[in-house]
Design a protein around this ligand. Structure first.
Ligand code: DP6
Length: 355
């Protein structure tokens, strides 16, 4: 972060800073419609080490409106500045302050950009939390009911969703659900915390096996848009609802086996959807497959509940209970590391928070 923030701040400016983590989806959000509404419900675990920090110096009195500077890790980043500006322009109807504010933004990630981990969820969750806080400070614009902590998070989650779908889940700690299920639970507009879990699920780890830190071959937006005309669209929707129902039940009763089977099926379904999209994409690399095979045979020979998931890329997330961390880290170092560029050992975390 740039030092001497206060010293360089003109008097009409106030500041706000938030950090937010990345999250890993267990049931995947893939496909959207309307205004960033998900095609199906999803469930994720919030991470603790893969974090974005966002500091904003803002004024309501300056003539020039909009984002007047954006520094990412101390350097100007015009591309991201434009992305944030067009996001702000697009939410003026639901966030009227968007056209009133003058913003100077600084952002940084605690994980290397080349780590192959999507940073848009954490970055957008941190930025949206700042926006929600600025709004909260302009109390006259809010009704009393909007001021409670829960509503604040919900508001942050709505704003985050409009920036990047998966970001709406990063607002909450532990586990978050997003999207209305067939059983009328949840909302498409914002995520909510999933807390009724068995104590065995309170402490999970995610060791991210980085197979390739290169730029993603397919952007999320393109991937989501291909679901609109996907041959398996209806079947996928049905499957995601069923998987939500089953994984939630498994996590409530502490059933690792069912949990793991759904986790891996979701990961491979996402890959299969991309392979059968038009045009098609094959995102797993040869080493991703090696890792999956090694994970399966380790599980078989030890009976340890170690399962994998994958997003829209070649990197493998190894999910397991913290109580067997030492043993699993040994296995990773011994058998998996030779097939990875690097490994990030992360675990369940607390969600967005003010700095
Ligand atoms: C495969 O949230 O990155 O990670 O809404 O277009 O910003 P946008 O997409 P994004 O999609 C993430 C998709 C995923 C699965 C998931 O996180 O649920």
């Amino acid at each position: 972060m740039v030092k001497n923030w206060k010293a360089s701040m003109p008097s009409s400016y106030e500041k706000i800073a938030y950090q937010a983590p990345s999250n890993i989806a267990f049931v995947k959000y893939w496909g959207k419609h309307g205004r960033q509404l998900p095609m199906n419900p999803s469930l994720s675990m919030t991470l603790s080490k893969c974090i974005s920090k966002c500091e904003i110096s803002y004024s309501l009195q300056e003539k020039k409106k909009g984002i007047i500077s954006f520094l990412f890790e101390g350097k100007e980043n015009i591309l991201f500045q434009k992305r944030l500006q067009s996001y702000l322009d697009g939410i003026e109807d639901i966030y009227p302050l968007a056209s009133e504010l003058t913003l100077k933004i600084q952002s940084e990630n605690t994980f290397p950009h080349s780590a192959g981990i999507a940073s848009s969820a954490s970055a957008m969750a941190a930025f949206s939390s700042c926006l929600a806080k600025i709004e909260e400070r302009q109390k006259t614009l809010l009704t009393a009911s909007q001021r409670s902590a829960n509503d604040f998070k919900r508001r942050s989650s709505v704003l985050a969703r409009l920036a990047s779908g998966s970001a709406c889940r990063s607002i909450y700690g532990q586990y978050a659900l997003w999207g209305k299920t067939k059983w009328n639970e949840g909302s498409d507009e914002y995520a909510s915390p999933f807390t009724e879990i068995h104590h065995d699920f309170l402490k999970l780890c995610d060791s991210v096996l980085i197979v390739s830190s290169g730029v993603k071959e397919i952007s999320s937006s393109l991937g989501h848009s291909m679901m609109n005309t996907h041959l398996y669209k209806e079947v996928r929707e049905h499957q995601a609802h069923e998987n939500m129902r089953m994984i939630v039940a498994a996590m409530k009763r502490g059933d690792y086996k069912t949990f793991g089977e759904i986790l891996e099926s979701e990961a491979l379904t996402l890959q299969a959807l991309m392979m059968t999209s038009f045009p098609s994409f094959l995102l797993l690399a040869p080493n991703s497959i090696r890792l999956i095979e090694l994970i399966k045979s380790y599980r078989k020979s030890t009976d340890n509940p170690v399962y994998f998931t994958v997003d829209a890329g070649p990197n493998i997330h190894l999910i397991y209970p913290k109580k067997i961390k030492k043993e699993v880290v040994n296995f990773i170092t011994r058998e998996l590391l030779p097939f990875c560029e690097t490994v990030i050992h992360d675990e369940i975390g607390v969600g967005a928070r003010e700095l």
